[in-house]
Design a protein around this ligand. Sequence first.
Ligand SMILES: *[C@@H]1O[C@H](CO)[C@@H](O)[C@H](O)[C@H]1NC(C)=O
Ligand SMILES: *[C@@H]1O[C@H](CO)[C@@H](O)[C@H](O)[C@H]1NC(C)=O
Length: 280
Amino acid sequence: MLYRFSSLALLALGVSALPNPQVEGPPANPHPPPSAPHPNIDAIKAVDPNSFPSYHTGNLSRDNVTSPTPEGPQKRWVCSQSPILTWGDNDNGGKGVTITNADNGGWRGFYIYHNSCDSVPWKYIWIDAGATQFVSLPDGFEGRIQRGVDSTMLSGSPQNLGTWFEISFDGAGVGWGDTSLIRGCDGAALLWSLDGSGAWKGFTQYVLEGAPNGAYDMKNNGQWVIKYTENGDGSVNTIPRDWLISQIGTDLAYVDDYHGNPVIASGNGRFGTYWPAGRP
Ligand SMILES: *[C@@H]1O[C@H](CO)[C@@H](O)[C@H](O)[C@H]1NC(C)=O
Ligand SMILES: *[C@@H]1O[C@H](CO)[C@@H](O)[C@H](O)[C@H]1NC(C)=O
């Protein structure tokens, strides 16, 4: 309580002074498989954005604020009751995502949700600092990956505030992906297609410091992050949205539903993702 009070008092003094709680560690007895090779981020970002197609939505199936996926034919699974912990799935070349924990602060947790199943993740993974692990995804998967910690993400209630790496597979097996900041931003996320096209989106810079008052919101574990840019009715919170545009532009991530072409495709349904230090 005291801690919360002092955070709010500091809000008046300047947002860059906001204290954030220490990040929780992984579950006991980590036993990850060997790390996959570290991606060459400079080489990925050196690919000319005009050399591959970018889409406003493409065939990405999204869980947007105005119309969450209905409980109709689009909903192809039952929401999980108990999430699956993985330390890294076997990569046999099938659909899925590599996740690089680029936060040298230590182990970090990543939580994978089906669209419209916000309360309980389908799967989650803890990855050591600097390591890269693969997470296998089933055909037809539609959902997202978020940073977090077990005490909130596994609490049984939605923890939507933060950066989303969105991914879905269309009927042809093509993967569609993007970084979305519509539900907030708790750090950078870079993504790239692993189909040889060179397509990439997202960003790696730290955008959590120096935003104006009104641009911040607090996660349920006390971390101060950039606020969601859209309200439940689709209206825009311009203070966080405009801060994000000033830092990232409109074409590398969804800053709202109304700008840019932040989506890329992967013909083999495989993406790499890279997660620098954030506020999980
Ligand atoms: C939200 O999702 C619905 C259903 O998929 C879609 O029709 C609508 O265009 C989406 N809205 C935005 C702003 O993307
Ligand atoms: C989306 O999927 C449909 C059906 O598989 C396909 O015909 C169409 O070309 C796809 N759109 C894009 C932009 O790839």
